[in-house]
Design a protein around this ligand. Sequence first.
Ligand SMILES: Nc1ncnc2c1ncn2[C@@H]1O[C@H](COP(=O)(O)OP(=O)(O)O)[C@@H](O)[C@H]1O
Ligand SMILES: [Mg+2]
Length: 370
Amino acid sequence: MTGAAAGPAASGIRFDRVSVAYGGNTVLDRLDLTVEPGEVMALLGPSGSGKTTALRAVAGFVRPASGRVYLGDRDVTDLPPHRRGIGMVVQQYALFPHMRVRDNVAFGLKARKVHKTETATRVADALELVGMSAYATRYPRELSGGQQQRVAIARALAVRPGVLLLDEPLSALDAQLRSGMLAELARLHRELPDVSILYVTHDQVEALTLADRIAVMDQARLQDCGTPQELYRSPRTEFTASFVGNANLLPVTVGSGTVAFAGRDLELFTTDATAGATATLCVRPHLVGLGDGPNALTGTVTEVQWRGSTHRLYVDIGGHRVKADLRELREPPALGQKVTLHFAPEDAVLLPAVDQSAPEAVTATGGAHG
Ligand SMILES: Nc1ncnc2c1ncn2[C@@H]1O[C@H](COP(=O)(O)OP(=O)(O)O)[C@@H](O)[C@H]1O
Ligand SMILES: [Mg+2]
């Protein structure tokens, strides 16, 4: 724990009913969200859901139509960006091409008129934090994408911000670099335990890997917020269920102590919903088993995908497509074969309201959770 780039700047972020509109179009709708000091909060959502706008409201690049933004106890809503004590990194590195690495990193300090010797120390500390000390005299064009992004992070850290804002910082990198940088960011966070990090991404793997908590955004609104485990195990909405991890979202009718799906009664751990109501049952594909068991459902195999260590089966059950991720099968079933799937009552989550027009569960990013 060097604390090299951590400083006295205010840590912790609070959005207090923050709304942002462009030309009368609300793109951030009454966001209430608190990021604790030292916490990594991921803002996760599809493109256009308002994530960058929320970040820019914290940085001071966009002015809320209503609501307040706090850093620590300080209301910064009316402060210009350079007086907020924030470090920010965006997707496209945005390094100055004509400046060497060390001058890029020193940029924010020069602007703040930090003394020369102090600047040298902070630049060296920040470069060390991101493992780029050996590259101080290079130009950005002499660096790989991943190295450029490290420099951009060093530049953000050099001002010793209490708050670090990262906007899809890995999305311009290829998959392999991305997973290396994810581990780097996790390490960086351990070395800067007091800095609050707001991490914007549309990639659930990044959010699940890095974040202490995830705020799920859709259509300008906060949909859900919780630890990765909470959102994964007990999503509150269909949107969260499908966006965080894979999900079978089955339309059901609530009975007494059971729910009816495709003409069968299924047992659940809890059903506090009103009998007769329609609802959605969320069952994770990897918690579906093959063969007889509790909540058995028989149907016809419509697709078999071999995914290395697993088989993904698609099974038509009464006109609904159910996905099952099974440990690699010696003898996978043939297309058209009748199979029985099952799941444990405690592995299903009942969600309110069915939107019949909802698209098929999003399998946004694949990867380890795909
Ligand atoms: N400067 C702007 N002027 C007008 N509309 C904008 C501007 N910036 C963003 N928007 C719109 O606001 C919505 C949210 O954008 P953004 O916050 O960038 O989403 P995200 O980062 O989740 O992809 C989008 O519909 C986008 O087109
Ligand atoms: Mg964005």
